[in-house]
Design a protein around this ligand. Structure first.
Ligand SMILES: *[C@@H]1O[C@H](CO)[C@@H](O)[C@H](O)[C@H]1NC(C)=O
Ligand SMILES: *[C@@H]1O[C@H](CO)[C@@H](O)[C@H](O)[C@H]1NC(C)=O
Ligand SMILES: *[C@@H]1O[C@H](CO)[C@@H](O)[C@H](O)[C@H]1NC(C)=O
Ligand SMILES: [Zn+2]
Length: 258
């Protein structure tokens, strides 16, 4: 007797499952997107769904742009780090971006990039440009070597901002070249200093990153540029001090001739 009810029950369950399945697919379609490019699988997930920042993300940045930006950012970093063969690159097959309802700006860990929906909501000015710049910085953390955890945090952040500097997506509040107190202060200060070093030797940052695959030693600066990092920092500071005085002098001369 009971066996007669089984087909009925199972078709009912099947329909129920189908309805729930459709719901799940619809939800996923608006909440997450993914794509594979150059052998890396990218996913973008907006976990902050109903917040105003998440809505701003949808309207001004969106899944499609994010997927394209992540892929082109990776490509840019491999090129800047001069990593043409797979053997040179970090072995990462999946990168996930999350837009989360959290404080701060962004962070990266375990091949996941987390960007704050609150930050997106509060940002004034060119939002797409700012978030693209954040992608460059965070994606660098995915692909850079960190000297097996021995490299100074300020250098790691400086390399991430150096990549951002080279991408052109930098905010106006960054320090100018020559500013800052220490070479390993991090972020924009160290990025500007690394840019100076990179001008002394084309590919310096790529070479430094390559050296940082298994460990870190401050003498890598000497190996690559024949000067200690402290000497390089004082040369750098002196150069911009000199440039500043030339500029003042130039103004005065112009006035005299007028
Ligand atoms: C997905 O990746 C392919 C290349 O692998 C690219 O041509 C396409 O534009 C990408 N689509 C999105 C939405 O990023
Ligand atoms: C988002 O809003 C919808 C209706 O607008 C609601 O059904 C859903 O529970 C909300 N989700 C969250 C995570 O707050
Ligand atoms: C890369 O990592 C994956 C696991 O994430 C592993 O299966 C693969 O063998 C690794 N490739 C290399 C070259 O180490
Ligand atoms: Zn960082």
């Amino acid at each position: 007797m009971a066996s007669h009810h089984i087909p009925l029950l199972s078709s009912f369950l099947l329909i129920l499952a189908a309805i729930q399945g459709i719901r799940a697919v619809n939800y996923a379609a608006t909440n997450t997107a993914s794509n594979t490019s150059d052998g890396v699988h990218y996913t973008v997930t907006n976990t902050a769904r109903n917040t105003s920042g998440a809505i701003r993300f949808d309207n001004h940045i969106g899944f499609e742009y994010s997927l394209q930006a992540l892929a082109s950012t990776t490509y840019f970093i491999w090129k800047l780090f001069q990593q043409t063969n797979d053997a040179d690159k970090k072995n990462v097959s999946k990168v996930s971006l999350f837009i989360d309802d959290m404080d701060g700006v962004a962070y990266t860990s375990n091949n996941e990039i987390h960007v704050s929906a609150k930050y997106i909501n509060g940002h004034t000015g060119n939002l797409k440009g700012e978030i693209t710049g954040v992608f460059y910085h965070e994606m660098t953390h995915i692909w850079q070597w960190n000297g097996n955890g021995e490299a100074p945090g300020g250098l790691i952040e400086g390399i991430a901002d150096f990549v951002r500097l080279k991408s052109g997506y930098i905010p106006s509040h960054w320090v100018q070249p020559g500013q800052g107190d220490r070479w390993d202060q991090g972020y924009d200060v160290t990025a500007r200093f690394l840019d100076y070093c990179n001008d002394l030797r084309n590919g310096f940052v790529a070479d430094l990153n390559k050296k940082m695959i298994n460990g870190y030693n401050v003498n890598y600066f000497v190996n690559l540029l024949d000067k200690s990092v402290d000497q390089l920092w004082s040369d750098y500071k002196a150069l911009y001090h000199k440039k500043a005085s030339i500029y003042v002098c130039g103004c005065m001369c112009t006035r005299i001739f007028l």
